[in-house]
Write a protein that binds this ligand. Structure first.
Ligand code: ZN
Length: 107
């Protein structure tokens, strides 16, 4: 099934099927990542660089800065939620304010 997944407003929002579902205002905790040398990085997200869908998972790459060590960069692919095919393809975000997210390995 084709899903329309975009970034909007210069990377400020992720849009899924013409609904704005995730914005950049969050601090994301990453584990098992290559963003910086911290074991768990607290990354302030500044903008989405790429969005993609590996149905039903929606992934993004974002630019940001780790507030623990100050490293800036672009993340690997990080899952931000999934599309629920049993509920009219609604987007279900991961609770990234509290969760520690493990980016997918960039194969
Ligand atoms: Zn760091």
């Amino acid at each position: 099934m084709a899903q329309a997944v975009h970034q909007l407003d210069d990377g400020a929002w992720v849009s899924v099927n013409d609904r704005r579902v995730v914005n950049v205002s969050d601090l994301w905790r990453l584990s098992d990542h290559e963003f910086c040398s911290c074991s768990v990085a607290d990354v302030l997200v500044e903008g989405f660089v790429e969005v993609g869908v590996d149905y039903p998972t929606v992934d993004v790459r974002f630019a940001g800065q780790c507030i623990a060590c100050g490293a800036e960069g672009v993340s690997g692919w990080v899952p931000v939620g999934r599309i629920d095919p049993e509920d009219d393809d609604r987007f279900r975000p991961v609770a990234n304010a509290d969760a520690i997210i493990s980016p997918r390995p960039t194969a």
